[in-house]
Design a protein around this ligand. Sequence first.
Ligand code: NDP
Ligand code: GDR
Length: 352
Amino acid sequence: MTQRKRALITGITGQDGSLLAEFLLEKSYEVHGLVRWDSVDTTQRIKKRSGSYQNLYLHFADMNDAQTITRLIKETRPDEIYNLAALTHVQVSFETPAAALETNALGTQYVLEAVRLLDMENDVRIYQASSSEMFGSIPAPQNEASPFAPCSPYAIAKLTAYWMARMYRDAYGLHVSNGILFNHESPVRGEDFVTRKITKAVAAIEAGQQDVLALGNLESVRDWGHARDYIEGIWLMLQQDAPDDYVLATGKAHSVREFTERAFAHIGVKLVWEGEGINEIGKDAKTGKVLVKVDPALFRPKDVNYLLGDAAKAQEKLGWSPRISFDDLVSEMVNADREALRSGEEPWQMAG
Ligand code: NDP
Ligand code: GDR
């Protein structure tokens, strides 16, 4: 009988961590997750989605605590480590730059060094969650050969971790792969990211529970995919004999404005825009009611304006390509938020 594979996931309570845990448990992995203690229970999402599996184990740890990370890698002896934990909100990273560096950069170095200290270089494969934000305003489409020009504390910290992973691969032979992922969303996306903020507001406005959606930079363009597709790509990277770096993206670009229009269209509302800049508003074409406004407080000190990925390498080498379209992504997210309002359950409590 072949032995059950063992995975260790940092950031298991987040969007990708909870979806990846479910994906790996479905594949009969034994899954260990690092969770940090909080005064509210942050493990609800993962427990609700995957708690019925026998092979899920959660351990208290923090990415800023090298000793505990080392001890847990020693105790769990994983075949695969997925390093997903990070301070992930780009705007927040401008307010807490040192925390972004500590968690996203140093935290990654703790994981890599632990593997070396424990002489596990040949026993474990590591996924490092790198980001399209590392490209900054480099012209699109961006791929593995594009230069980097990070322009937020988040992206600078992620780029440090990216290079740290490459250095451990080249210098010490670690099997570590960087996934340079473009934005990927789902009904369990955190509520502060723009897609989920929009779909949640659209559902609440339809239900008469919210009047207006306030947004920042409407012109910002992102390459938005579905997290379910990306989880499979992440896993595929660690199934390769040799470690490497891969971009995962859809190759399709949409602005925040387009995402908003599409989400409202899903509930039968056509938006028309009036005014300019911070005075711009979005109105219901039929009733004239103001549904969207611009809030200057939501602009970043420096934003990345246009991200569009080229995932040809992942397609060729991993056989990966995204299946879920932009329209289906938006519809699924709006429907999940509608259902959440109706049922009183959060989207992560629902199946699917
Ligand atoms: P989430 O924000 O949903 O989850 C982040 C996770 O990191 C949470 O589990 C959080 O725990 C954990 N975490 C944060 N700080 C610490 C810490 N100090 N110690 C331990 N755990 C910590 O992010 P996503 O799931 O969206 O992203 C997963 C990874 O992929 C991240 O590294 C992100 O930067 C990267 N990425 C994401 C993309 C996306 O579009 N989603 C695109 C490109 C890269 P808690 O629940 O306690 O807060
Ligand atoms: P991003 O995602 O910064 O790309 O990082 P986010 O959804 O936060 O912003 C996308 C774009 O929308 C603009 N925007 C707003 N953003 C938020 N959050 N709230 C608003 O009200 C709003 N209005 C406009 C932003 O200015 C930005 O241009 C995400 C995270 O998951 C990172 O961890 C990950 O690395 C990258 O995606 C790839």
